[in-house]
Design a protein around this ligand. Sequence first.
Ligand SMILES: Cc1cc2nc3c(=O)[nH]c(=O)nc-3n(C[C@H](O)[C@H](O)[C@H](O)COP(=O)(O)OP(=O)(O)OC[C@H]3O[C@@H](n4cnc5c(N)ncnc54)[C@H](O)[C@@H]3O)c2cc1C
Length: 430
Amino acid sequence: MKANLPSSDNPRIVIVGGGFGGLRLAMDLSHTNYQVVVIDKNNYHQFQPLFYQVATAGLEPSSIIFPFRRMFQKAKNVHFRLAEVNAISTEKKEIETNLGSITYDYLVIATGAGTNFFGNERLAKLSYPMKSIGEALVLRNSLFLSFEHALASETEAEKEGYLNVVVVGGGPTGVEVAGTIAEMKRFILPRDYPEMDFSSMHITLVEGSPKVLNGMSEKSSLQALEYLKKLGVEVVLNAFVQDYDGKIVTIKGVENIATRNLVWAAGIVGNKIIGLQDEDYVRGGRIKVNRFNQVESNTSVYAIGDVAYMETERYPNGHPQVAQGAIQQGKNIAKNFIAMSKSQKMKKFEYKNLGSMATVGRNKAVVDLPNRHFAGFSAWLVWMVVHLRSILGIKNKFLVFLNWIWNYLTYNLSLRLIIQNPRREEIKEE
Ligand SMILES: Cc1cc2nc3c(=O)[nH]c(=O)nc-3n(C[C@H](O)[C@H](O)[C@H](O)COP(=O)(O)OP(=O)(O)OC[C@H]3O[C@@H](n4cnc5c(N)ncnc54)[C@H](O)[C@@H]3O)c2cc1C
């Protein structure tokens, strides 16, 4: 079966994934002489850097996601299809989706990365990852449901298990989630649950390497550690989670921790689609590409963003898997497609490091610019401006800004809702 698409005499570029990379590429190819087909399994673009605020009830999900059809309204040569891509046939120049097959002249794989549980199925089933808005909402439900269960617990040990939160992975996501939950414990939960004593609630951040924010400067890493400790987060470094049964997390060389809330932010792996050759993949499930983002075994296929692996002189082990990397690659290959249509030369990709940052609770952040590090309130203001600027849509920017101001002034956003499935039979307690 063939998926329904308008016929066109122009070459067709199929983009799989409308994340930071795929979306930038599609927007830059609008109004060109290509037929552009964007395929995504969701009908919206997600702003992943703020997932942690949705998970901790600081933001509405709808303020950090944006529907593709709204974005492509004026781009007549761009067609969106809500579908999941299952396989590629490079021989037939065709992809297989649940809507049927779609042929391409050029294919761009921009599927990003998913959570890496390192083969542990129990962790995959029982912990809470945060790689989609849906997962952020599931975490929010679990946290607030746990607090309700804690109130009904018959023993102190059972109560502690419901209250404790263990976050695995000391990268920006882990640091941001742990910091925000620690603030919630201090400022919000005692007001919501005046009958409960939160002194037995522990927030633990477990990191396998000797420092948090491993990809940032030494100064940022030390500063973030200090901020976390001040907020009351217990940071365990050089430690690896071995297993989790839904109630107890086992950590190598460290005492077990009782928790119903294990947040998994410890690793990512490229979202794979069947059909490329084994040699096209390198570690982390990433697709090896040349300096034009083309897959070497088949140059009509491109990969960009988190799923792509490109070695350059400055980045011999591949680029960092961050939004800027995906956006810059999307921009560069859009320019190259336009150059190709004019029989001009393509340009090699060169990553421009614009800096990195992470926030640790209100008022505090760390920022690394290419030649400068700073931290504290000024870093937090910069963090806010950069994120606000990056969110799509004026309404979304306004909503996020308004929420932040309200939250800052009152410590009290009313998004702590537990949205349950009305058709579930019972809460499954093991
Ligand atoms: C919680 C979190 C916080 C982060 N914070 C930061 C930050 O502060 N700063 C920063 O720079 N980076 C941050 N990142 C990383 C950043 O979000 C990624 O580097 C970036 O999203 C990569 O862009 P991409 O286009 O490669 O993929 P993505 O943005 O992940 O997009 C991939 C798209 O592909 C779609 N897709 C996947 N598989 C299929 C399929 N088979 N069929 C159809 N569609 C498919 C998905 O639905 C998705 O829309 C964060 C990531 C997470 C998860």
